[in-house]
Write a protein that binds this ligand. Structure first.
Ligand code: ADP
Length: 257
């Protein structure tokens, strides 16, 4: 009978431990949700004041009576508020992707037109660094995707390519059909990614050691967001070294028809 009592006590103990564990898991989940809500709320609230600071700084820059000093300080305000705006936008996107409130509304998209359009929007930044840019995409190649989100994906990849490629380098974007997929590849001749860090590229807040060492600014959120969007479309994204230095990113999406 002591045997029976022992066994009952053991069973009770086990039950208590399991309950504790469940309560702890619940608490962690609640905290996690709270953290996401806080990030979403703060980003949202920072958006308008930041936008106002940036707009006024840009308006001031149009004033040609500014002294050189005043102009310099205003440019610093403009640059830093732009950086904060990017960070806040990325955090907001991340939060929306996480709580599922970022809606994907797919429509047929002609990929060639989008590729050329995105390239055009990066042209000023590329020209500022004397980069050679080129697009190569056939007509009549289509995917079903959310237009805003797919543009964001290609914008992210192309702006990274421009950002991480030193003056005089080369950036290309190509689209092609391979079996039942459409593949869009962005290749650059830039600083590349250390071999042992490819696995970490799509983790939130990850920044490669060479980018940090060279003082190139970033949040480490763009690729995490990009990957989530691509996967929400049933696609996948990969990164690899490019021949002759630099790296290339490929987005594969199911082809339409
Ligand atoms: P961010 O550029 O804001 O830091 P991303 O999430 O877009 O964030 O990229 C994560 C990291 O991946 C970057 O910090 C950089 O180290 C590396 N990276 C991304 N694209 C490139 C590229 N084209 N060439 C070299 N490194 C890159």
């Amino acid at each position: 009978s002591t045997d029976v009592t022992d066994r009952r006590q053991l069973a009770e103990q086990r039950e208590r431990l399991l309950t504790d564990q469940r309560e702890q898991n619940d608490r962690l989940r609640r905290l996690d949700r709270l953290k996401d809500e806080l990030v979403a709320l703060v980003s949202h609230e920072l958006r308008n004041p930041l936008g106002a600071i940036r707009n006024y700084a840009e308006e001031l820059l149009l004033d040609d009576t500014l002294s050189a000093d005043q102009r310099h300080l205003t440019e610093v305000i403009d640059k830093h508020s732009a950086h904060m705006q990017n960070l806040v936008d990325d955090l907001l996107d991340m939060a929306r992707l996480e709580d599922g409130s970022l809606r994907i509304t797919p429509a047929p998209i002609e990929i060639g037109a989008l590729v050329r359009d995105v390239l055009q929007s990066q042209q000023p930044a590329a020209a500022g660094k004397s980069l050679t840019v080129a697009a190569d995409a056939p007509e009549h190649l289509a995917v079903r995707a959310d237009p805003t989100r797919l543009r964001q994906v290609l914008d992210n990849l192309l702006s990274n390519a421009v950002k991480y490629t030193p003056s005089g380098g080369r950036v290309t974007i190509t689209a092609e059909r391979v079996a039942d997929e459409v593949r869009v590849t962005v290749t650059d001749s830039g600083i590349g990614i250390p071999d042992d860090q490819y696995d970490l590229l799509f983790d939130r807040f990850f920044r490669a050691s060479n980018a940090i060492k060279q003082g190139i600014k970033g949040t480490g959120l763009g690729l995490a967001i990009t990957k989530t969007i691509v996967e929400a479309h049933g696609g996948r994204i990969t990164a690899a070294p490019a021949t002759g230095g630099g790296c290339c990113f490929t987005v594969a999406l199911p082809a339409l028809q």
